[in-house]
Design a protein around this ligand. Structure first.
Ligand code: PEP
Ligand code: MG
Length: 868
């Protein structure tokens, strides 16, 4: 295998192999943009290293060859004493994981080459020693695993109240000695001075950082597969820390918050890479670069235009200016907020850069779902205490906490929290995930907090500089003498950047109002409208709703549902009516049973009339009752306790006997669904009659009767026979079909299709039975361990497991259609509203997906994307 690619050899399509950063560095190199020369070690080499524990054979030789080529190109050797080449070693996985993995800059410096570097820089000793101390600090922390605070504290002690740029060459030289001492003390060894050794160790540290706890956590959150590995980019160093004629920055070609075109970014003079994101000093807006260094600014603007036209999308970039020369260090199609994604997609259409088809593929169902979150009520009274940057939109209310641990702890108890920090770093990730929102007092729109929050779709206000955050004292102060302590409630608006004291009421989003029927008026809603119309025109899958009440059915219709795919009738037996079901189950004679059924039938009929009316001529799939019995019967222990006391009535005792008789160790695999229908005479018949009579009353009603939990065609046949007869008696037409929830049903689909006009895949139960995971228990018990181990990347109850459950569905589709070519096929498990699962359903050839009313727009959009 080839494990190393020069930047001139790759291109943007090689992300799997070169990672996003490597692929895009190659792309920019090929576009003729100013990228420092270098090469990329592939993700394949990383995967080999992580599984075998050592680098693959031949890698060292390949790296040496590429390094030699780089050296001859630069006319300097790595770490050469009198005139050193220095390199950076940077991680870069297929999917961007901002700040989660490692980077080491200034590789090649040691006690000799530091003088060579100073000479190279025209006698700039300060710069050389600053670069050297940075190397030891980064290398010490990331490669040698030394606590970074030890270095930070030494730096702080030396500089006092001065900024880091205030240190002179002599002081920095002393700092290098201190740092070397820290390395000696912490590792028992000297800081490695052999440049090649430095590089080799740094490469392995980058490989290892793939499995750093924060990287694992981030991948799980972002559903990035655990087995991809990272590439490593080795690039000739360019220096932003030469002096005030140098600097480093990050920029977006459009506002990642709103989508507006322009120059958005932050710049830091006399600084190196990590300083900007880490928020060490306050950055200046990129516009100010126009004043500081007009030629570089103009060149940057023109490169940004080139990149946008080339990638036909918003790009973000990292750049460095070295004594007036601009260098591009990174670009990628940039992360953006959900609102910006919709706006940008339609803006690019209007600019003629992409088609409407492409625009639909540029937005996701998850982004649409985010836009449907509530926002703060504009009319409500609020006490504003500060304003920061609107880093990631949304409305979050919660108790203030000041540490990641505390955020996790309180959120674990079900509390809503807002994580407040001066600035965040990758160690705060767990707290950011646990919090409803994130508030920082420092850092710009490209700070760690902002980038990570946007990626997670979490509300974030950053850089609220009026706030003084006193982490150790667990409080912050705001102008006007306001002091907010841990546990106090605040509200933050990530769309405007405002921070409010106390709880501010939230209201529906404008996008929800649009789905509810309001005219699209603002720019965002218009963009959503255009995208949704196009997606609807493109999709082949129908979209139905899981709804059990006329209200839900009506909302589902407004949201675009083309029918009901699952009406769970047991939900109609809860509350008051539960008593009637109890009596039905406990009845010992036909008479008692009939009394209970007669009481239920008119209630059922009225339910169905309401739903048929709400659906106004669209199909309604009604599932006959499927209650896990334990949900309907009184608790065995409670009853036993009661029976043992003297309060128990005769009925209680009768109930206890029955509950004991019916008690199941494993109710989810017990007397449910069709089994119950076959055991309790008259129950299904009552339901079918109620459906038929309701349909007869509502003009245009289109009932479809669905039998749950079927495993064998014989079960279905006997229910079907009775249903057909009742429908004939009532003079009503209805399809009769089945759910496919038991593996045996999928495997015998050809037989089952003989007795079913439609199948609906009940993937909740099907997943439970295929994996043997109790759907009621496992998510808490061991899923997090399974996610850590990479047994799956996301819970199979959330996203359909294509290989196992999906394979059964494919078998059932093929067999079912071969027996009955016009068999109608849908899905009604929770997966029906999950983006990835919708794509699977499209590919598997289903006719529709059915999901909860609020997910319907998401399913419509994803069905459109799947078809494009
Ligand atoms: C299913 O099992 O996927 C299903 C839709 O039925 P329920 O969730 O009601 O068991
Ligand atoms: Mg089920």
């Amino acid at each position: 295998a080839k494990y190393v690619y020069d930047f001139t050899e790759g291109n943007r399509n090689l992300k799997d192999l070169l990672g996003g950063k490597g692929a895009n560095l190659a792309e920019m190199t090929n576009l003729g943009l100013p990228v420092p020369p270098g090469f990329t070690i592939t993700t394949e080499a990383c995967r080999h290293y992580l599984s075998a524990g050592s680098v693959p054979d031949g890698l060292d030789r390949e790296v040496a060859g590429h390094l030699a080529a780089l050296e001859s190109r630069m006319g300097r050797k790595l770490g050469q004493a009198d005139d050193p080449l220095l390199v950076s070693v940077r991680s870069g996985a297929k999917f961007s994981m901002p700040g989660m993995m490692e980077t080491v800059l200034n590789i090649g410096l040691n006690d000799e080459s530091v003088h060579g570097l100073a000479k190279q820089a025209g006698g700039n000793d300060r710069f050389a020693w600053d670069s050297y101390r940075r190397l030891i600090q980064m290398f010490g922390k990331t490669v040698l695993g030394i606590d970074g605070d030890l270095f930070e504290d030494a730096l702080d002690a030396l500089k006092g109240r001065r900024p880091d740029t205030g240190l002179d060459a002599g002081e920095l030289q002393r700092l290098v000695e201190t740092y070397k001492g820290i390395v000696r003390e912490q590792t028992g060894r000297e800081f490695p001075t052999d440049p090649r050794e430095q590089m080799r160790l740094a490469v392995m540290a980058v490989f290892d950082s793939w499995n750093a706890p924060r990287a694992i956590l981030y991948r799980r959150q972002e559903r990035i597969p655990a087995d991809l590995g990272t590439a490593v980019n080795i690039m000739a160093m360019v220096f932003g820390n030469y002096g005030d004629d140098s600097g480093t920055g990050v920029a977006f070609t459009r506002d990642p918050g709103s989508g507006r075109q322009g120059i958005y970014g932050d710049y830091l003079q006399n600084a190196q890479g990590e300083d900007v994101v880490a928020g060490i000093r306050n950055t200046i807006p990129l516009e100010d670069l126009e004043r500081i260094d007009p030629p570089s600014y103009d060149q940057l603007v023109s490169i940004m235009e080139t990149l946008e036209n080339h990638y036909r999308d918003l790009c973000d970039i990292e750049f460095t200016i070295e004594r007036g020369t601009l260098w591009m260090l990174q670009t990628r199609v940039g992360k953006r907020t959900a609102a910006a994604a919709f706006r940008i997609a339609t803006q690019l259409v209007d600019q003629g850069l992409i088609t409407m088809d492409e625009a639909v593929t540029r937005v996701t169902g998850d982004q649409l779902a985010q836009l449907m979150f509530p926002r703060f009520d504009h009319g409500a009274e609020k006490k504003k205490i500060a304003r920061g940057m609107n880093a990631s939109p949304g409305a979050a209310v919660g108790k203030v906490v000041f540490s990641s641990e505390r955020a996790v702890e309180l959120a674990g108890r079900g509390e809503d929290v807002i994580l407040v920090r001066r600035e965040t770093n990758p160690d705060d990730l767990a707290g950011m995930i646990a919090a409803r929102g994130i508030l920082t007092s420092r850092g710009g729109k490209t700070s760690h907090a902002a980038v990570v929050a946007r990626g997670m779709g979490k509300t974030c206000v950053c850089g609220a500089e009026e706030l003084e955050v006193l982490t150790a004292e667990r409080r912050f102060s705001a102008p006007g003498g306001v002091v907010v302590s841990e546990g106090d409630v605040i509200s933050i608006d990530g769309t405007t950047g405002e921070v409010f004291l106390g709880e501010v009421p939230v209201v529906d989003s404008a996008v929800v109002e649009y789905f509810e029927g309001a005219e699209p008026d603002d720019e965002l809603v218009k963009a959503v409208d255009r995208v949704m119309r196009h997606a609807d025109g493109a999709r082949r899958l129908g979209v139905r709703a899981n709804a059990d009440t006329p209200e839900d059915a009506a909302r589902a219709r407004r949201f675009g549902a083309q029918g009901i795919g699952l009406c769970r009738t047991e939900h109609m037996f809860l509350g008051e009516r539960r008593r009637l079901v109890e009596e039905l189950v406990l009845a010992t004679t036909d008479e008692e049973r009939q009394v209970a059924l007669d009481a239920l039938e008119p209630l059922q009929k009225a339910d169905f009339v309401g739903i048929f009316q709400a659906m106004n001529g669209h199909p309604v799939t009604i599932r006959l009752i499927d209650p896990p019995l334990h949900e309907f019967l009184p608790d065995l222990v409670d009853l036993s306790v009661k029976a043992a006391t003297h309060e128990a009535t005769g009925k209680d005792r009768r109930l206890l006997a029955a509950v004991k008789r019916l008690h199941e160790q494993n109710p989810m695999l017990g007397l449910r669904g069709v089994r119950l229908g076959l055991v309790i005479p008259g129950l299904f018949a009552m339901q079918v009659r109620a459906i038929a009579q309701a349909a007869a009353e509502v003009p245009g009603a289109r009932p479809e009767i669905m039998i749950p939990l079927v495993a064998a065609v014989q079960e279905l046949e006997s229910v079907r026979e009775e249903a057909v007869q009742i429908l004939a008696e009532e003079g009503v037409a209805a399809l009769i079909g089945t759910m496919i929830e038991v593996p045996r049903a999928a495997l015998t689909a050809a037989q089952i299709a003989e007795a079913a006009e439609f199948f609906s895949f009940g993937t909740n139960d099907l997943t439970q039975m295929v994996w043997g995971f109790s759907r009621d228990d496992v998510e808490s018990a061991f899923f997090s361990r399974y996610l850590d181990l990479g047994i799956f990347g996301v819970s199979p109850f959330e996203t359909l497991d294509r290989e196992g459950v999906g394979r059964l569905i494919e078998i059932a589709v093929a067999e079912g259609r071969s027996a009955r070519p016009d068999l109608h096929l849908g899905i009604c498990g929770e997966h029906g509203g999950d983006p990835d699962s919708v794509h699977f359903c499209h590919e598997a050839g289903l006719d529709y997906v059915s999901c909860s009313p609020f997910r319907i727009p998401v399913a419509r959009l994803e069905a459109g994307r799947a078809a494009l």
